[in-house]
Design a protein around this ligand. Structure first.
Ligand code: UDP
Ligand code: MG
Length: 339
């Protein structure tokens, strides 16, 4: 696990100030009181066997069933458990994002707090990561959820996401994933983007892989999602599509369509002007006139939208000091040549 994962100065600094654990296990918790004690003991039993150092970060996402109290109790007996209690229920993505912010391990593992993911799979994820990947995602090959409301929408969503993002995974929705920490620490999550982390990581040039993992039916509590999630996932997919294709060059798409529409509108308008002025025809009641006006106005709007998007994109990158590229490694060249 010590395969020198320190790749940027931020990490090196953190390393100097404190000893980092090998693993951070990040678990979002929303009303999982009954599962929690089982989950914590399953994680500790499995990880103690690996001899890796680790911390567990449980983010309580505003639970109302006493999960927070259980976390408080458990923190007494588990010194490496860190409970982050959010003020209210924000949703799984913000909860995971909070977990990432508190995580200081070299590798971050995420899993669900409902015992559906199995901590015995963690060593296999790590072994795959060590083969040289930046992100290894779990694939719930035999998924134990309702067929019609969960499995079918998820199958369609997985196909679509694969097509749009170009990252070929069988199962984007599986929370059990392992990341090299530098991948997630500078990733900003919104909406329900946690399921698109592989796609976002791919946009940043990460090497991604997938292995089949176990999946259990929910024993305690109930699922927090229904069919409504499908719509939200589709909308998030649109955002990702745009980010992947045009994040650094929005004018290329808006300019193309806007410019095209303006030219088409202008040509149609010119044609009508010639008919009116050259041949004295009446053009007031022609649908073509409406088309010309609509095309031109749409064109102007798309064009200005593109300009605005260009400005926003610059703000996006510059305000956060985000380069538009990612360096994997820099080799040699520390000394200057002698003359
Ligand atoms: N979760 C959360 N906040 C929410 C909804 C869910 O932190 O608003 C957590 C939940 O406790 C669980 C994980 O996210 O650990 C996945 O939720 P769930 O098991 O309901 O999703 P499913 O497995 O049914 O897709
Ligand atoms: Mg679940």
């Amino acid at each position: 696990m010590n395969s020198s994962i320190i790749s940027n100065s931020h990490e090196a600094l953190t390393l100097l100030s404190e000893e980092r654990p090998d693993l951070s296990i990040v678990v979002p918790i929303y009303n999982e009181a009954e599962s929690l004690p089982h989950l914590l003991s399953a994680i500790t039993t499995n990880l103690d066997a690996t001899k890796l150092t680790y911390e567990i970060i449980c983010v309580d996402d505003g639970s109302t069933d006493g999960s927070a109290d259980i976390l408080r109790q458990q923190a007494q007996s588990h010194p490496y458990l860190r409970a982050v209690l959010l003020r209210r229920n924000y949703g799984q993505t913000p909860a995971m994002s909070a977990g990432f912010n508190y995580a200081c391990g070299r590798v971050i593992i995420t899993l669900d707090g409902d015992l559906q993911n199995d901590p015995t799979d963690i060593p296999r994820l790590l072994a795959k990561l060590d083969e040289g990947y930046d992100l290894v995602s779990g694939w719930r090959k035999q998924r134990q959820d309702a067929a019609l409301t969960r499995l079918l929408p998820s199958k369609i969503a997985n196909l679509l996401i694969g097509k749009v993002t170009g990252v070929q995974l069988h199962d984007y929705g599986c929370s059990l994933k392992a990341y090299r920490s530098e991948l997630v620490t500078d990733m900003k999550l919104y909406g329900e983007l946690h399921r698109f982390l592989p796609a976002l990581a791919f946009i940043e040039g990460a090497r991604i892989s997938e292995i089949p993992v176990r999946h259990h039916a929910r024993k305690f509590g109930k699922s927090k999602y229904g069919l409504g999630r499908t719509f939200r996932v589709l909308m998030d997919l649109l955002t990702i599509f745009f980010m992947k294709k045009f994040l650094t060059r929005p004018m290329h798409v808006f300019g193309l369509f806007g410019g095209g529409a303006m030219i088409a509108g202008t040509l149609t308008g010119l044609y009508l002007t010639v008919l009116k002025l050259g041949f004295g025809q009446s053009i007031g009641d022609r649908p073509l006139l409406i088309l010309a006006v609509v095309l031109f106005l749409t064109g102007v709007q798309l064009f200005s939208f593109g300009l605005l998007a260009e400005l926003l994109m610059r703000t996006y990158h510059e305000s956060q000091n985000r380069p538009i590229y990612r360096v994997r490694e820099v080799i040699g060249g520390k000394q200057h040549s002698q003359v």
